[in-house]
Each structure stands twice: as structure tokens, then as C-alpha cells.
Design a protein around this ligand. Sequence first.
Ligand code: GDP
Length: 359
Amino acid sequence: NDHNISFGTEESHKELGQLADTAGLMVVGSSSQKLLTPNPRTYIGSGKVAEVKNAVRALDVETVIFDDELSAGQLRNLEKAFGGDIRVCDRTALILDIFNQRAATHEAALQVALAQMEYQLPRLTKMWTHLERQAGGQVKGMGEKQIEVDKRILRTQIGVLKKELESVRKHRKQYRNRRFSVPVPVVSLVGYTNAGKSTLLNQLTGANVLAEDRLFATLDPTTRRVQMKNGKEFLLTDTVGFIQKLPTTLVAAFRATLEEISESSLLVHVVDISHPLAQQQIDAVDKVLSELDVASIPKLIVWNKVDKASDPQKIKTEADEREDVICISALNGDGLQDFCNAVQAKLRDSMVWVEALVP
Ligand code: GDP
């Protein structure tokens, strides 16, 4: 079931599949259902529950992932319906799993831990009602009390984490201010996940950041120094990729990256132009950017993966007609010099280039 009209169920499932792959799972099948509103008990209808149950039993599946956020009750009812050994998880939990695997810095780890706790808080009931059932109803009410205790503990931990995050952030700001005293402009790569940002960074700097056909190959801001043939330099920062349905509870986990964007001299929006939904992805990124208060920062648009496009020549002609668009293939290195020249020109235009300031 999917409520996102612009992307459609098929595309959304494809992305969910890529996310599952990134999390290290092997996808064996997918299924969807059109409903006016999700079933409050099981999200999908009872007939669909039976159908999925048969399928997962036949295929010996370990995990069923739902492409939306499920309530505690829905998670519990679905696990009960499918049978105890099958794990039911929702899109949010899957993304949290990936964040957890990819959190490379202390700050990112704290943010992910915080998001995980906030996700768990309304879902704590699950474990305790389960125990009550096991005890044959003997301890009725005890579970409820325990849930309250657990919730209190979790809320305290959340408070502690938030304080720690605040202090880590302050620290980073100081560090960044120091870095900014070095007169090298900062260029941030932004874009939809899988657009090719890490590949571009790799190609330009020889930096050993992850570049693989997986979502969220980069979680933390990764900055590299790029030196051009004319000796001029800029810092290139990779940011975590946008996804189409980022659960609101995970927005905070992106903050370090987002804050970094707002302090850059230039934004480079990397687009996978070979993607059938390239325009929707561009819109999704632009929407997030417009919420980030970065409108005053100059932007360069990079159409990547031209080699993969059905009509590369047409794409190149279109890009030539637009002065803010550069066509590249990060994978085979096509257009990288044009890209560097365009970055340099944009930086010069925006007067942040060192020589424009120092006569
Ligand atoms: P990121 O999530 O934006 O950092 O994307 P990645 O750099 O990890 O790239 C995602 C996938 O797209 C990888 O499999 C890359 O090899 C592939 N890719 C990146 N750039 C190109 C390109 O110019 N052409 C083609 N064909 N594939 C590319």
C-alpha cells in the first residue's frame, strides 16, 4: 500500500528493495494492495495477510518489510498472523538499521541512537504484552506497570542523549569555524540517494569513500580537498542521500549533514539523469533544500550517468542549452574537467573565491 502519488507503488517498492539490499537482506519478492485506508489492525487486509503468510512460508522468508510506518499493534498483529519466527519490520526500522550500520562518527551514532529510542518509545508495549501472554494472563497489569517504568527510563536516556548531541554539535561548530578560517571554499554535493555523489567524489579526489550500488553509501559529511590543474582548491563535501519518504522521526538524524550544507559556498545537486523518475527526484531534493534555508547559496546542477541514458546526445544538447547544468559520467570520468571549470566559475561569480576578496 502506498500513499505517495508522485512516485507510485512500484518505484517505492524498488527503493525499499534497494534499502533492504543495503541493509544486507536478500529480497525474494514483493506484493502490494490498494486500500482506501490502511487496516488499523494489520495495515493490509485479512485476505492479503493470508496470502503473504502462505508466500513467506513457501519461500522460507525470515523478514517481511512494510513500505510505511506501522503502529505497535500492527507490528504485533502481523507477527502473530505470520507466525512467531518471522520478523515484521517497517520502512522506518529498516532505515534506522542502515543508519546504525553506517554511522561512522560519534555525532552520527548519537543521532541514530536517539532516533532509534524515539522510534521504540511508542512501541514498547509489544514486548510486555507478549510476556503477559506467555505467563497465561497471570501477571495481567504487571506488564502495563513495567511499560511505564521502561518508558520513563527511555525518556531519561533520550534526554541524556540530546544533551550529549548538543555538546558534540557545539564542538563541531568550533572545529568548522576554524576550518573556515582557511580560505578554501566549501562545495557540498547534495542529491537523491544513488545519484552518484560518492562516485564523483572518488573520481575527483581519489578519496576512498564508499561507492557501491547501494543506498546510503555515505551517511556522514565526508570532506575532501580538490586541487585543480590551475592550482586552485576547493573542499568537496559529500552528504547523505535524500530518499523519497523520509520518516519525520528520522529527520533529526540528518541534521549534521544538513547543517553542513547551509554553510557551504556552493551546492552541487547531483542527478541520476538516466533514472526514469529523475524529475521527481529533482523535485524531492529541491523541496527539502527549500526547507533548509539555503536559497541564497549558489547552485550547480550536475546530470550524472549520461552514459546510461537512453539518448545521451539529447541529454547533452539539453544540458548545453541550460547554463546551470553540467553533464557528466562520474563512472567513466566524462565531463569532469567541465565540472571543475563550472564549479570555479560559480565560485568566482559568487565572490567567495579567495582572489576575488583579496586584491
Ligand atoms: P550516491 O548514493 O549518490 O553516493 O551514489 P554512488 O556514488 O554510490 O553511486 C550509486 C551507483 O551508481 C553505483 O553503482 C555507481 O557505480 C553508479 N554510478 C555512479 N555514477 C555513474 C555514472 O556516471 N554512470 C553509471 N552508469 N553508473 C554510475
